[in-house]
Design a protein around this ligand. Structure first.
Ligand code: GLU
Length: 480
């Protein structure tokens, strides 16, 4: 059997981390099995579906490296197929038109509530007589189409993650609506469960891999497969992603969409790697891997049933590992949009002769790409603001002569390497009869405007290349 799986996002929002993680598991399974990964956009909800969300979903998947083999297919372009299936159900007597008004349905629910019963459709229009139907039509009532659910049925499947799952059909809420209201002769907009089953049959999906919030839908969908005379695929319900307090991860937890993670400075391989670990563990306990490497070892045996807690520290750690291992040129390419966004003067033609050493120097201290913005700030402007403690440092007694000494050394010797700069520091230290630590600390304060920052000598050399070190020393001296 050739494995065929699909990711079926609804474009009613940006690509959500939960959907992307479902995508990861589908992708890994497809690649592990040499199967086909299909992308289907479930855009039948005309009001809530937006093309910018579709674009966001497609670009997010591409960014993460989850290439698909077929699609994207759009449900909005396949409406005839759903109508045909609904017609088949009507013809077979497995579905019927129900004419209940919203008020009637509401009254029914109220009555159930009063008797402490769970809300459900009581199937009251399942066996209307032809006369009753004619009367409803004559009254101009629109009709939904309901699929008959036999309450006596027990539905079971062997879930690839959860093992055997059993549902009583009586818990499914009564005969289910498969098409929205329309006139008595037409078929209205198909609803999710129907469209999904029709598509999964048409696309010959062998394994349906999706979030565990769809379990109740699976029970309904199995009944639809049977009604449409199709083989039931295998199901895998993946665990939810939870926040630190054990609730489903939501917007309130800061970010939930992949584009937000991208904006926050996470790199795609790290995020894809992390999402794989949200619910799955590698047989060799490896934590850092590419999607391709994970695919080699992937199986649902190692997917947890329990919800997966989202751990920012771990994601940060993974991200830093990827950033630390990156070549300066690649890192620079990734960092450029963040630098541009921050308003720094870097464009495609920017001078790489200082940007590359800067990236190489900063790389080991980066956790997120956005850190580059903060840590490289003082390379981009000729003058630099001073923090209070940097100001205090350059004003300390004995420091101005040190900075003067450095300044005159720079003008006299034009040092051009780190060794030259070190020699200059040594000369000034000796000449001033101070501790070397004082010279270094004061230089840092003067050149960077702060007492913390990246490597002093390397930064200094870059600042020299930029022509910024002399103006900064003068600026520091002007403070005293
Ligand atoms: N459109 C559904 C969703 O976004 C797809 C669920 C499924 O995979 O069947 O949740």
């Amino acid at each position: 059997m050739t494995v065929r799986v699909r990711l079926a996002p609804s474009p009613t929002g940006s690509l959500h981390i939960g959907t992307a993680r479902t995508g990861v598991f589908n992708w890994l399974f497809a690649r592990h099995k040499g199967g086909t990964f299909i992308l289907r956009i479930e855009d039948t909800d005309e009001e809530r579906s937006k093309s910018e969300f579709t674009d966001n979903i497609l670009s997010g998947l591409r960014w993460l490296g989850m290439n698909w083999d077929e699609g994207p297919f759009f449900q909005s372009q396949r409406l005839d197929l759903y109508s045909q299936a609904i017609q088949t159900l009507l013809d077979k007597g497995l579905a019927y038109r129900a004419y209940d008004t919203p008020e009637e349905l509401e009254a029914m629910r109220e009555a159930q509530k009063a008797k402490n019963q769970a809300p459900r459709y009581d199937n009251r229009h399942r066996d209307l007589t032809p006369d009753q139907q004619v009367a409803f039509e004559a009254a101009g009532r629109p009709a939904v189409i309901r699929f008959k659910i036999d309450d006596s049925r027990t539905i079971t499947w062997n879930d690839m993650v959860r093992g055997p799952v059993t549902w009583q059909a009586s818990d499914l809420g009564g005969d289910m609506v498969v098409a929205r209201a329309s006139s008595s002769t037409t078929i209205g907009q198909p609803l999710y469960n129907l469209a999904v089953v029709v598509d999964d049959i048409d696309m010959a999906i062998t394994h349906v891999i999706r979030g565990e919030d769809h379990i109740a839908n699976t029970a309904k969908q199995i009944l639809l497969y049977e009604a449409l005379g199709a083989a039931v695929p295998a199901f895998a319900h993946t665990p939810l992603i939870l926040n630190q307090t054990g609730q489903k991860l939501s917007k309130r937890d800061g970010v939930t969409s992949i584009s937000d993670f991208q904006k926050m400075g996470f790199v795609a391989p790290a995020l894809a790697n992390y999402m794989t670990l949200l619910g799955w563990s590698a047989p060799d306990a490896a934590e850092q891997f590419t999607l391709e490497e994970a695919a080699k070892q992937f199986s649902f045996d190692r997917v947890n049933k329990a919800g997966a807690k989202f751990d920012w520290d771990k994601l940060d750690w993974l991200n830093s590992q990827y950033l630390h291992a990156m070549e300066p040129a690649a890192l620079l390419e990734l960092a450029l949009p963040y630098l541009q966004e921050a308003g720094y003067a870097v464009d495609a033609e920017a001078d790489h002769s200082w940007l590359l050493p800067m990236m190489a120097m900063l790389a080991p201290s980066l956790t997120r790409l956005t850190d580059v913005v903060e840590q490289s700030r003082f390379f981009f402007t000729e003058t630099v603001g001073f923090t209070d403690d940097a100001k205090a440092q350059v004003q300390l007694e004995g420091v101005p002569p040190v900075l003067e000494g450095v300044l005159s050394g720079l003008t006299a010797q034009s040092p051009a390497t780190i060794d030259d700069l070190k020699a200059l520091v040594n000369d000034v230290t000796k000449a001033q009869g101070v501790k070397k630590g004082l010279v270094m600390k004061s230089l840092r304060a003067a050149l960077m405007g702060a007492l913390q920052g990246p490597d002093l000598m390397e930064s200094w050399l870059i600042l020299r290349q930029r022509g910024f070190d002399i103006p900064r020393l003068k600026e520091a001296l002007a403070l005293s």
